[in-house]
Each structure stands twice: as C-alpha cells, then as structure tokens.
Design a protein around this ligand. Structure first.
Ligand code: MN
Length: 248
C-alpha cells in the first residue's frame, strides 16, 4: 500500500507539471485516470524515468504483468541509469538542454548516449501510448479521418505499420511520424534509435511507436513477433496519438 501511495503521489506531481494534459481534459482534473495521465505524459519527456501511469497488470492479457515488470524495472530503468551516467561523463547541462533537443543532435555524443538516450526516450514514449486492452480498438473519428487521408484507410495504415514492425530485422522500433513537411509516414529504426535523431534515416515527430525488441514480448509470445504485433493494436491509446498529432 505504501508503495502504491508513493507511486500515486509522484505521479500526481508529474501530471501537474505536464499541464497540457489537464488542459485537454479539464473535467477530469480532480481524478487521475490512465487516459489523462497518458495524454499529459505524451511529450516533454524528462531525463529521469517516471513511474508507470498504470500497474504491471493493466495491459493484460495483451502484455503480461511479468513482461511489463521486467521491461520497466530492468530494461527501461537500465537505459535511464546509463543515460544519467553518459550525461555526467559528457558534461551535459540538463538545465539548458531538453532530452528532445539532445536527441536531435545525438551525432555530437557517444554511442552510449545514443543507445541509452534513445532507449530511455522510446520507453517513456511507449508507456504513455498504451491503455487497457479493448476489442475493436479504433481511433476517434478525427484521427481516423487523418489516417484515411494519408493511407487510404485505417486498415491500410494498420497493415503498413504492422509490416514495418514485422520487417525490422533484429531489434528496433516501428513508428508513425509527422515529417517536417507535414506528412504522415510509417517506418522503423534499428536498436534504440528514433525519428528525432539527426542520425536517423526516418525523421519526424513521433506519434506512435512499437517496441519490437524480443524483451518486449518473448515471455508470452516467444518467437511469434507477428502475434505480438497483432495483439498490440488492442492496447494503443488513440487519444494520446491524436493529442500528439495536434501538438506536432
Ligand atoms: Mn523495450
């Protein structure tokens, strides 16, 4: 109970700082829901790891609790720790540069900074993109229209994104981004790179990302990456994707 209380308190503080989330859902400002928290956390990712906006069980059965726990407390925590070390070693003043700004000029830094800065950012972004699973989890009409305009239909979008995730060889991420010229684009990045990085072939503002490292799915899905990808669509928080699009 004590742990939950601390978790919630830290979380409330974080949410208050991410004021944009409250502005989007002002009527919910007196109660903390996964929906508000995720929207508020969708941007301005800090250098430190934040508490998960939900329990390890929250995404079951799509993503099992043990995978979530290991993913969050070991893998993602490791990236955050190594990022902190790299920032210190390379003399970065985190008061004068944001994580996002650092990623846009990542070629100036070490591979340790690249791997762990990306790893930390990507996971914080990923947690904020997910919600309790639901069947027939479709985007709101406003987002559906945009996806239809860019990809022909929502199904086309989903198929193309799934294909990018399936075809990423080895470890990496699939992304939906808004490109600098205002188009929506699907692609993928290797390792812990992301589309904010100057070294990335795929460039743009990330709207949605899918972790296809084996650590994200192996306990439940073993080698069946495609089954994980198919199931993952049940936990996408479309409200957050729409908010990111509006703010991009
Ligand atoms: Mn991961």
């Amino acid at each position: 109970m004590a742990e939950n209380f601390t978790h919630r308190r830290t979380f409330l503080k974080t949410s208050a700082i991410a004021a944009t989330g409250w502005m989007v859902f002002p009527s919910l400002s007196c109660s903390v829901s996964a929906k508000t928290s995720a929207a508020g956390r969708a941007e301005d990712i800090p250098f430190e790891q934040r508490p998960l906006p939900y329990s390890y069980q929250h995404l079951e059965p799509t993503i099992d609790a043990l995978t979530m726990e290991i993913h969050y407390t070991r893998h993602a925590a490791g990236y955050a720790k190594n990022l902190a070390d790299a920032l210190k070693d390379e003399g970065v003043n985190t008061q004068s540069v944001s994580l996002k700004e650092l990623l846009t000029q990542i070629s100036k830094y070490s591979s340790k900074m690249r791997n762990n800065g990306g790893g930390h950012y990507n996971h914080e972004f990923f947690w904020a993109s997910l919600k309790k699973p639901s069947d027939n989890n479709l985007p709101p009409a406003e987002l559906n229209d945009v996806l239809q305009k860019h990809f022909g239909s929502f199904d086309n979008f989903r198929n193309q994104f799934s294909e990018a995730a399936r075809n990423r060889f080895g470890s990496g991420w699939a992304w939906l981004v808004k490109t600098p010229d205002g188009k929506l684009k699907i692609g993928s990045t290797p390792n812990q790179d992301n589309p904010l990085m100057d070294v990335s072939e795929l460039k743009g503002t990330p709207l949605l990302g899918l972790d296809v490292w084996e650590h994200a799915y192996y306990l439940k899905y073993q080698n069946r990456r495609n089954d994980y990808i198919t199931a993952w669509w049940t936990v996408v928080n479309w409200d957050v994707v729409l908010e990111r699009l509006k703010k991009s």
